[in-house]
Design a protein around this ligand. Structure first.
Ligand code: 1DF
Ligand code: MN
Length: 351
């Protein structure tokens, strides 16, 4: 496979990349300060101790690209045939910040900065709102500002917030705001919290290689099993990396969940209106970020439906032209390919 990658739809579809990251200098500087001051969790030390200050080519190239919301990013999109990028403040956003006012200020300024970039490149950039779930009421207001004033099309939360998960009723104002504005929630990975990271970190498995997926898949499962979609039937939750492994587990998840409910083994595990697999076909969307792998894409299309699997590049963490070519070359019907690259994103983000 060696075809030219062009924007403009020469293959019958536009390519809309749905998990694309940017950073602000202020955000990275706060991470580095927290690492220096001993306020960072082990995951931040591992992740941002690397990307924020390693002299390696990977870290320096990625940091430079994260900080650019201008010509360099557009040139990289042009070079790989990406028509539109759905942009979000990179993980872990502001979620580890201990000072609430600082967290809200960094998130609000990142949102304003992103909105200005989207205004400069209105047919290339689409924004997602960054929030500070440490303050759920403020986050709800920021979700409404993002949707109504900044033109953003969804919200990204980077998994746990200082060890707390979104199934905690504390975070309910965030879900009410999402349903109010009718936008999807993208649950992006973060490194696992200190309570979980130990054996992964020891083996170098805490980050994107594996820990991200374990943490984020578990997070979505916590939400499903608490009944989030019974409470909010119109809510759509997206996850990257081909569903953070959950689609492959669906059979076992449902078997064991139902066995657990029947036996009343866990107080928290209550009957749900639907099976877990059925929620994946009505309320969950997956993207192929970091997983440009045809068998996994087709498996998800088979178990979730072709309208629930979306393209993502994960720029700049995985900026690989040949992965775009591999996805172009998938042996799936032209109509399914257009859904994957273009129409599903237009539909679910209401572009
Ligand atoms: C990495 C990967 C970092 C992804 C990310 O954000 C990220 C990485 C800090 O490779 O360290 O978003 N990713 O989604 O695969
Ligand atoms: Mn990512």
């Amino acid at each position: 496979m060696s075809h030219d990658l062009k924007t403009g739809g020469d293959r019958g579809y536009l390519r809309i990349a749905t998990e694309e990251a940017f950073a602000t200098r202020e955000q990275v500087d706060v991470f580095l300060r927290m690492i220096r001051d001993g306020q960072a969790d082990r995951g931040m030390v591992s992740l941002w101790g690397f990307y924020g200050q390693s002299p390696s080519e990977r870290a320096t190239q990625i940091l430079e690209r994260l900080l650019d919301l201008g010509e360099r990013r557009i040139a990289d999109m042009d070079a790989t045939g990406i028509d539109k990028a759905i942009l979000a403040l990179t993980s872990p956003g502001v979620q580890p910040l201990l000072d609430l006012d600082e967290a809200k200020g960094v998130a609000r300024r990142a949102n304003d900065h992103l909105a200005a970039a989207c205004a400069r490149y209105p047919d290339r950039f689409i924004g997602l709102t960054a929030v500070a779930p440490q303050d759920p009421e403020w986050s709800a207001a920021e979700i409404r500002r993002g949707a109504r004033e900044l033109g953003f099309k969804g919200v990204q939360i980077n998994s746990h917030t200082q060890g707390r998960y979104l199934d905690d009723p504390f975070f309910d104002p965030i879900f009410r705001a999402l349903v109010d504005v009718g936008q999807p929630l993208y649950i992006h990975p973060a490194t696992p919290p200190d309570s979980m990271i130990g054996p992964m970190l020891e083996a170098g498995l805490d980050g994107a290689i594996f820990g991200f997926g374990v943490e984020t898949g578990m997070h979505l499962l916590r939400l499903i099993t608490i009944g989030i979609f019974d409470r909010y039937p119109d809510l759509q939750i997206m996850v990257g990396h081909m569903g953070e492994a959950l689609p492959y587990w669906l059979y076992r998840l449902d078997y064991m969940h139902q066995a657990g409910v029947r036996s009343k083994r866990y107080e928290r595990m209550k009957p749900l209106k639907k099976t877990i697999a059925d929620y994946f076909r009505s309320n969950v969307l997956v993207t192929c970020s970091g997983m440009a792998w045809e068998p996994a894409v087709r498996f998800c299309q088979q178990v979730m439906g072709e309208d629930r699997v979306l393209y993502a590049m994960d720029y700049p963490y995985q900026y690989v032209a040949d992965e775009v070519r591999a996805m172009d070359g998938m042996d799936i019907a032209p109509a399914a390919k257009k859904l994957f690259f273009q129409t599903n994103a237009e539909r679910w983000f209401k572009l």
